[in-house]
Each structure stands twice: as C-alpha cells, then as structure tokens.
Design a protein around this ligand. Structure first.
Ligand code: ZN
Length: 141
C-alpha cells in the first residue's frame, strides 16, 4: 500500500492539480500564490514529495514537466477521513462526527443525505460500539 498520508500544504497542491491537469509547477505556483506566500521552490518541493508518495504522475513536456493526479479527490478524502477515524477510540467516533457536523456549514441537500445515511445505519446499529483500544489508551475498560 502506498503512503497517501499528506500534509495540509500538500493538500493545497493536490487541490490545484485535481482541479486542473495536466499542469506545470509554474502554473500550480501561480494559482497558490493567491493564497499562500510560497516561493516557486517551495511549491516544487511539495510537488516532489507528492510524486514520491505516488500521488502525482509526471510527463515530460519540452523543457518542463506536466503533473496529473494519480488518485482521485474522492479516494483521497475517503482515506484521509479513515486515518482520522482510526486515531480515536471506536466509541469516540460518534462524538468526533458530531463535532464535525456542528462546526460545518451544511446545505439542505447535505443534511438530507446525512439523514438518509443515519436512517440506514440505525437499522443495523449495535447497542454499544466495541472498543478495540489497548489498555491505557482510552477509558472504556
Ligand atoms: Zn476504547
């Protein structure tokens, strides 16, 4: 399995490449300049890391390189949320999701699809979620 855990700065680069590709490092840097005070060298360093992690593919285009995403945004979001959920006790996942919902601005459509998911989940929900933590890493036992 490839290492697709990426830093917040690397996410900024990925979002540009997901939106527009193939794209050169100069173009990525120009777009990010609106938001970040990064030099071209910084953007190039981030791109290099993402290539190493298998998140970006490269193709030579004359004297420069074109970059494209090697994974979709959806796949990456799914993986990133999985990593986050794995960092807490399974019994705290509900609380974590509550916090995420509470601190987000959600559309009527978002809320309706959340309601649907909750309805479906309710049909097979256990009374209590099992805790898989090692002793000393949570207060369940
Ligand atoms: Zn636990």
């Amino acid at each position: 399995m490839k290492d697709t855990q990426i830093s917040p700065s690397e996410w900024e680069v990925m979002r540009v490449v997901w939106t527009t590709h193939p794209i050169t490092s100069k173009e990525i840097s120009r777009i990010l300049n609106e938001k970040k005070d990064w030099k071209l060298a910084t953007t190039k360093t981030l791109i290099g890391r993402l290539v190493k992690k298998g998140m970006l593919t490269t193709a030579q285009n004359g004297r420069q390189y074109d970059y494209s995403p090697a994974v979709t945004e959806d796949e990456s979001l799914k993986e990133a949320s999985g990593h986050l959920l794995n960092q807490v006790c399974t019994r705290k996942v509900g609380e974590l999701i509550e916090m995420m919902i509470e601190s987000s601005t959600l559309s009527i459509g978002d809320l309706e699809s959340l309601e649907n998911i909750i309805q479906m989940k309710k049909e097979n929900a256990p009374e209590v979620v099992a805790c898989g933590c090692i002793p000393g890493q949570c207060t369940c036992s």
